[in-house]
Write a protein that binds this ligand. Structure first.
Ligand SMILES: C[S@@+](CC[C@H](N)C(=O)[O-])C[C@H]1O[C@@H](n2cnc3c(N)ncnc32)[C@H](O)[C@@H]1O
Length: 393
């Protein structure tokens, strides 16, 4: 075990850090990294009440509007403010990744790895009563947790959620479907339209929806699972659509004008930059850690997955649209290497400066314009951020 680290790290992890050129001293920040929260829109006036409830001072995070830091040992989930849906926990670096997207009113946003959903909530907050957000995740139970979160904070009005594989997901923002000419043959039987979402839909209706989804889904990606819609808000554009419209896809050539304005690819990773995540293995056991985090085969397949998620997210972007790729790993393999390969294979992708980052406590990554939040210097969780624009070439 490494003595300089406050968190006792197993030798296998120290070897992993060494092999990836990472300094174990970042884990000495485990007890001093603050917790971060956002007050739900409309709840800003409750900050004193929240302070009294949590018995601590909310410190405004100077470099990140709308964020407050709290002492590291505060248990947000047991506070009344959290239970009443007035605050939600989100690390400042995660918030920075959302801000890097530069969401504007009316944007159609895709969150390709959305669960458990803190960034999705922030995106919904930014959109307010305009645009739409589509959240997808391959893990059903995790995207179901997003649904719970959106409902708790009443932020789901313009959101739709799918259980889907982000490497093959092909559905565009809904507002375009009703007018667009699908590349698929028209379905003879259109069936019923989507009614307002209710979690208590009768079994017969849910069965019908599943059947419609299976028959209407895109044949563009053979052999893959079709997306399953598990939630939609009243103004998400889904209400009133036919299944065939919701599940229709357009040709790749049409995506350039009908794709998403903004895409977030907060990719699955080894989470080695997230001190809180690493801390959990003290309870879960380091053997689990070795299997889940360090297994070389898993790490190699992760970089393939990250590249595919980034590529598909970029494919679904309209020309002029912006994409943020982020991971909470600090390894070059899962960040700069993925970015480098992606740029090599996508002539229409241009790395962008994150203008908002000028006052952020982060450093440049190995590739200029990419950013790295290092827990020791940023007082946040570790995060890598790269921003791309889709050029019209
Ligand atoms: C780092 S987490 C995302 C955190 C999330 N953006 C947030 O702010 O709460 C990565 C997520 O990617 C999901 N994931 C893994 N493989 C995926 C795939 N092929 N398609 C979509 N999601 C995937 C995982 O289930 C996990 O929930």
């Amino acid at each position: 075990m490494e003595e300089s680290s406050e968190l006792p790290l197993p030798d296998a992890f120290l070897d992993f850090l060494k092999a990836n050129g990472l300094d174990p001293s970042i884990y000495t920040a485990s007890d001093s990294t603050p917790r971060y929260i956002r007050l739900k829109p409309g709840c800003e006036a409750y900050s004193q009440e929240v302070e009294a409830d949590m018995e601590c001072k909310l410190e405004k995070v100077g470099w990140l509007p709308g964020f407050y830091s709290l002492p590291p040992d505060i248990r947000i989930a047991s506070s009344k403010a959290y239970q009443e849906g007035k605050i939600y926990g989100i690390d400042a670096a995660s918030g920075a990744a959302v801000i890097a997207l530069g969401i504007s009113a009316g944007d159609h946003v895709l969150d390709l790895c959305a669960a458990p959903g803190a960034k999705l909530c922030m995106i919904s907050e930014f959109l307010g009563d305009s645009g739409s957000v589509t959240g997808i995740d391959v893990a059903r139970h995790r995207i179901a947790a997003c649904r719970t979160m959106l409902q708790k904070y009443a932020l789901g009005d313009r959101c739709r959620l799918f259980v889907a594989d982000g490497t093959t997901f092909s559905l565009l923002p809904v507002e375009f479907h009703s007018n667009s000419k699908s590349c698929e043959p028209a379905l003879e039987e259109k069936g019923d339209t989507f009614r307002e979402w209710t979690s208590r839909r009768p079994y017969k209706e849910r069965k019908k929806a599943t059947k419609a989804m299976k028959t209407a889904a895109s044949p563009l990606v053979p052999g893959t699972q079709h997306p399953e819609l598990i939630f939609y808000g009243r103004h998400s554009g889904v209400v009133g659509l036919y299944s065939s419209e919701l599940y229709s896809t357009v040709c790749d050539s049409e995506i350039s004008s009908r794709g998403y304005d903004k895409v977030l690819v907060d990719a699955e990773c080894t989470h080695d930059g997230s001190i809180r995540h690493i801390q959990k293995f003290e309870n879960w056991g380091w053997t689990t850690f070795q299997r889940r985090v360090l297994d070389a085969e898993r790490t190699n397949s992760l970089t393939v997955l990250q590249f595919k998620l980034l590529s598909n997210g970029f494919r679904l972007l309209k020309v002029g649209g912006l994409l943020v790729y982020s991971t909470c790993s600090l390894t070059v393999a899962q960040n700069e290497d993925v970015v480098e390969l992606f740029l090599k294979e996508n002539a229409s992708a241009e790395l962008q400066e994150v203008d908002a980052a000028k006052n952020w406590p982060c450093k440049s990554g190995r590739i200029p314009k990419t950013l790295r939040f290092d827990p020791l210097t940023s007082q946040t969780s570790g995060l890598f951020v790269a921003k791309f624009k889709k050029l019209g070439i």
